[in-house]
Ligand binder design. Structure first.
Ligand code: PMP
Length: 447
């Protein structure tokens, strides 16, 4: 099915004239115009086919145009697109909250819905501070996070995110935030040759808490795998130790599983790799598989009761027009049926493991490849610098594979429906792209 070429030309003009692309300095010259998707494949306006290792926005967990999800969305749109859940309810929102409770450890039983990962982070900031205030500790306001973590783009979320690129020109930022060293060896991250790994331990977290003063700290938030930082994978022992340190100091331990939740790392949730249970869990992306915007903040009964029993502030004074959007929740319920019914979590572990081995094999000896790492279908090829990573990504695109670069890392996070055959095709495209990149750089040196 080809896309009308006149229409494509008109859209390109409008794109150049009217659309403000997020995260870009200027409107991109001729951006990829994706018009259709099916499974792990998408097609552009010229009819070119691509394998999508970016899963739309790292969220298309079930692939494109999944009939079960499409049918559920269509049914819900024709029945009730939305009804506010503020002092009311709608069936998909209730059903999804109950589904969360059934998938999570018993302790995590209350779910608050919002619309994006950033909103989930904002929700956590307000919730954590108010929680302590209601318990008689209003001084606990500081939100601790990891130096390389990513928690969103809105002002509160961006302040919990130390990546300088996301903060530039936005001062003054809200107060009472602090970052601690990421538990990843700095030499590994910088892609510099080194002999020994020296990842900061949870001792550095403890030291930071002691320095700031535990009575000033509301919450510590981290990702089980730091996706935006380029798939950095902390030792699960760090999560266990961090959980203990937070409990010891009365700090809420928050896991941001916006990217890792719902199978991305080969387990339903990233925290299962470490057998820890957070006080608060943030999820988004994979839960709707990209079919609708939705995010969630799930807490323990203890946290919830603090607000439910409150007569001081009148409960949690926070929410959004689209919180618990019926269509989005219905999409999520269908996505979760697919994730469970097609064992996409098992597939993520199995096909992700195969891809990791294969990428390491085919990229061995490539001069610009520093490291290949991954957990489930969250994989990254760490290149020696960011320019080379961009070149590798561009070569992949030429060869029909969409990847995402993050600094010097090229990330592959395809839909969890990926078959072994498509996984191997992706690996051979990356290998060919790496060979091309090496060749082009040799040519540059020789010229
Ligand atoms: N947290 C994490 C771990 C993320 O990966 C992201 C998005 N990449 C966010 C928060 C922010 O989500 P959103 O873009 O939906 O606001």
């Amino acid at each position: 099915m080809s896309f009308d070429q006149e229409e494509a030309a008109r859209l390109r003009e409008w794109d150049a004239a009217y659309l403000w692309h997020p995260w870009t300095g200027k409107t991109a010259g001729d951006p990829l115009m994706i018009v259709r998707g099916d499974g792990v494949r998408v097609w552009d306006a010229d009819g070119r086919e691509y394998l999508d290792a970016k899963a739309a926005s790292l969220n298309a967990s079930c692939g494109y145009s999944h009939p079960h999800i499409v049918a559920a969305i269509t049914r819900q749109a024709a029945t009730l697109m939305h009804f506010s859940i503020e002092s009311a309810a709608n069936p998909p929102a209730v059903g999804l909250a109950a589904k969360y409770a059934s998938l999570l450890p018993t302790a995590l039983s209350r779910t608050f819905f919002c619309n994006s990962g950033s909103e989930a982070m904002e929700t956590v900031v307000k919730l954590a501070r108010m929680y302590h205030a209601l318990r008689g500790e209003p001084g606990r306001q500081t939100i601790l996070s990891l130096r390389d973590g990513y928690h969103g783009a809105t002002l509160g979320a961006v302040t919990a995110t130390a990546l300088t690129l996301t903060r530039a020109g936005n001062g003054p930022l809200p107060g009472a935030y602090a970052q601690v060293p990421t538990p990843i060896c700095p030499s590994c991250r910088a892609a510099e040759a080194h002999d020994e790994c020296s990842a900061p331990s949870a001792q550095t977290l403890r030291a930071a808490i002691e320095e700031i003063g535990p009575d000033n700290i509301a919450a510590f938030v981290m990702e089980p795998v730091l996706g935006v930082a380029g798939c950095l994978i902390p030792d699960p022992a760090y999560l266990v130790a961090a959980r203990e340190v937070c409990s010891e100091y009365g700090i809420l331990f928050v896991l941001d599983e916006v990217l890792t939740g719902f199978g991305r790392t080969g387990r339903m949730f990233g925290f299962e790799h470490a057998s820890v249970v957070p006080d608060v869990l943030m999820t988004s992306k994979g839960v709707t598989g990209g079919y609708a915007p939705l995010a969630a903040v799930t807490t323990t009964q203890d946290v919830y009761r603090t607000f439910a029993d409150d007569s001081l502030m009148g409960g949690f004074r926070h929410g959004h027009t689209m919180s618990g959007h019926a269509l989005a929740c219905a999409a999520s319920l269908a996505v979760l049926e697919v994730i469970e019914g097609e064992d996409l979590v098992g597939n993520s572990a199995r096909v992700g493991g195969l891809m990791l081995d294969e990428l390491r094999r085919v990229l061995a000896g490539e001069p610009h490849v520093f490291q290949v790492r991954g957990l489930g279908l969250a994989l990254a090829v760490q290149m020696t610098d960011a320019a080379i990573a961009d070149e590798l990504a561009a070569a992949c695109l030429e060869l029909g594979l969409i990847v995402r670069t993050q600094g010097s890392a090229v990330c592959l996070m395809p839909p969890l429906t990926l078959t072994e055959t498509d996984a191997l095709t992706m690996c051979s495209i990356v290998a060919e792209a790496a060979r091309l990149t090496a060749q082009r750089n040799r040519n540059v040196l020789e010229v």
